[in-house]
Design a protein around this ligand. Structure first.
Ligand code: FAD
Length: 411
C-alpha cells in the first residue's frame, strides 16, 4: 500500500500510545495506531534504539517482538553461554590454587540450573517491565513492512495490528543460523540447543570452528559429551590471531575434545529426525556422517550433530519487497542518506544489518541510530550539526569491522 493510500502518519493528530486499534482479520478495514518510531525486533539492539530515539522527549515508540523481549542474547546466546562457561573457568582456576580441598568438580545438574536462573527461566516479564518503564509501548507479534512507514503485526492469536511511524521504522530483527548441506534434512541442533541443553548427547559431532563452536565444545564436553569437532579449515577461530586458535585447540584437546581439521561431511543420515522435538533434547535417533578430509574418507556415528557454521541477517518475510527493497542490497547499511539504498524513514541495526554480530557492537550502533532518528525528528543532527541523512554505510563496514562481518559468517 502506498503512503498516499495509507495517509501520511506524520500528519496523524494522535500522539501517545496509538490513535486507535482494531484486531480484525482481512476483509475489515484496520485502523492504524500511530507512533513516532516503530522498531521491529525487541532484542538488546531494538530496545536500545527505541530508547535512544525517544529518551527525554514526548515522542512515542512501539517495540514489536515476536518471541521474547531481550532477544537471542538474553535467552539463547550471550547470557546462557557465559552462565555455563564461568563455573568451568572457576573450576579450572581452582585446580591450580592452594588452600582448596579437591576434587573441585562441575555438577551438570547445578550448571544447568544456573543457566536456567540466568535466562529467567525463559520468562521475559522483567524485560517487558523495562520496556514500559522506558516509555516504550510493547507490541507482541511478528512485524512486517506493509508499505512506507507502515508495519503490520500479526499477534499470537492471529489478530493483526497496523502501526504507522511518523518519523522512522527501525529494523532490529537479529540473525538466524545458516545451516549448510548436508545437515538440512537431519534436524541438527543449532546454538539454541547448545545453550539450552537439557539432555546431554553421549556422542556429539560439532560442525564449525568459530566462537560459538568453541564455546559450545567446552561446556558440552564438561557436561559429559564426547565431542568431535569437524572444522573445514586448518585452525580454530580462523579470523583471530593464529595463536588464539592454537591455544583454544590445545585447551579443548586437554579437555578430551577431538578436532578434525580440513574435514567436512559429504552426507548425513538420521532415522526419526524430528525438528519439533524441543530445544536441547535429542532431535531423533543416531546420525551417521560420511566425512571427507585430508586423511581420506571415513564415517562417524554420533547421537547428535550441532551445527555452528555462522548466522545471517534475519530479513526474510519482513515485507522488504512491499517498499521496493531486496535484502541482498542492504548488507552493512544502517542509515538512510548518501548512497544508501534505505529510504529516508528506514534504519537497519544490529545483527540484522550484517555488521559484526555482537551485542556490544549492536548496542553501540543502536545508540547512533536512535540519536540519528531523534535528531531528524528534532530537525537537527545531535552530534555533528549535519543532516543525519548524510550518515552512511557504517564506518565499521567500510573499514576494519567488515572483518567483524566476515568473522560472523565463520562463527
Ligand atoms: C551462542 C551465542 C553466544 C553469543 N555470545 C555473545 C557474547 O558473549 N557477547 C556478545 O557481544 N555477543 C554474543 N553473541 C551475539 C549476540 O547474541 C547477538 O549479536 C545479539 O543478540 C544481536 O542482538 P540483536 O538485537 O541485533 O538481535 P537478537 O538478539 O537476535 O534480537 C532480535 C529480536 O527480533 C525478534 N524478531 C525477529 N524478527 C521479528 C519480526 N519480524 N517481528 C518481531 N520481532 C522479530 C526476535 O524474536 C528477537 O527477539 C552470541 C551469539 C550466540 C549465537
Amino acid at each position: 500500500m502506498s503512503e498516499q493510500q495509507s495517509g501520511d502518519p506524520r500528519d496523524a493528530r494522535s500522539r501517545g500510545t496509538g490513535a486507535s486499534r482494531n484486531g480484525s482479520h482481512d476483509g475489515e478495514a484496520r485502523a492504524a495506531e500511530a507512533y513516532d518510531v516503530v522498531v521491529i525486533g525487541g532484542g538488546p539492539v531494538g530496545e536500545n534504539a527505541a530508547d535512544y530515539a525517544i529518551r527525554g522527549t514526548d515522542r512515542t515508540a512501539a517495540l514489536v517482538e515476536a518471541e521474547l523481549y531481550g532477544g537471542e542474547c538474553s535467552y539463547w546466546a550471550c547470557m546462557p553461554s557465559k552462565a555455563l562457561l564461568h563455573p568451568l573457568d572457576v573450576v579450572a582456576e581452582a585446580e591450580h590454587l592452594g588452600g582448596i580441598e579437591r576434587p573441585v568438580r562441575v555438577s551438570p545438574r547445578e550448571l544447568m540450573a544456573r543457566r536456567d536462573e540466568w535466562v529467567s527461566r525463559y520468562d521475559d516479564a522483567g524485560q517487558e517491565h523495562w520496556v514500559r518503564s522506558a516509555g516504550i509501548t510493547p507490541v507482541r507479534g511478528r512485524g512486517r513492512l506493509a508499505g512506507p512507514r507502515v508495519v503490520e503485526v500479526e499477534g499470537p492469536d492471529g489478530s493483526v495490528r497496523r502501526l504507522e511511524a511518523r518519523e522512522a521504522v527501525i529494523v532490529a530483527t537479529g540473525s538466524s543460523p545458516a545451516v549448510p548441506e548436508p545437515y538440512r534434512g537431519i534436524a541438527a541442533w543449532g546454538s539454541r540447543d547448545a545453550t539450552g541443553v537439557r539432555e546431554v548427547p553421549e556422542r556429539l559431532a560439532l560442525v564449525g570452528g568459530g566462537v560459538v563452536a568453541c564455546e559450545s565444545a567446552r561446556w558440552l564436553s564438561a557436561l559429559g559429551s564426547r565431542v568431535t569437532m569437524i572444522v573445514r579449515g586448518d585452525a580454530l577461530l580462523g579470523s583471530a590471531e593464529p595463536f588464539a586458535g592454537e591455544a583454544v585447540a590445545e585447551s579443548l584437546r586437554e579437555q578430551g575434545v577431538t578436532i578434525l581439521f580440513g574435514a567436512q561431511a559429504r552426507g548425513a543420515e538420521r532415522e526419526g529426525a524430528d525438528p519439533d522435538a524441543g530445544v536441547g533434547v535429542p532431535h531423533g535417533g543416531p546420525v551417521t556422517l560420511e566425512l571427507t578430509g585430508s586423511d581420506g574418507d571415513s564415517s562417524l556415528t554420533v547421537d547428535e550433530v550441532l551445527v555452528a557454521t555462522g548466522r545471517r541477517p534475519a530479513l526474510d518475510d519482513l515485507g522488504l519487497d512491499a517498499v521496493g527493497l531486496d535484502a541482498r542490497d542492504l548488507r552493512g547499511w544502517t542509515h538512510p542518506g548518501g548512497d544508501s539504498p534505505l529510504p529516508e524513514w528506514l534504519y537497519l541495526v544490529g545483527d540484522a544489518s550484517g555488521e559484526a554480530p555482537l551485542t556490544h557492537w549492536g548496542k553501540y550502533r543502536a545508540r547512533q541510530v536512535g540519536l540519528a532518528v531523534a535528531a531528524a525528528a528534532a530537525g537537527t543532527s545531535a552530534r555533528t550539526g549535519r543532516s543525519p541523512k548524510n550518515s552512511c554505510r557504517s564506518a565499521a563496514t567500510r573499514s576494519g569491522a567488515s572483518a567483524g562481518s566476515r568473522w560472523a559468517v565463520s562463527r
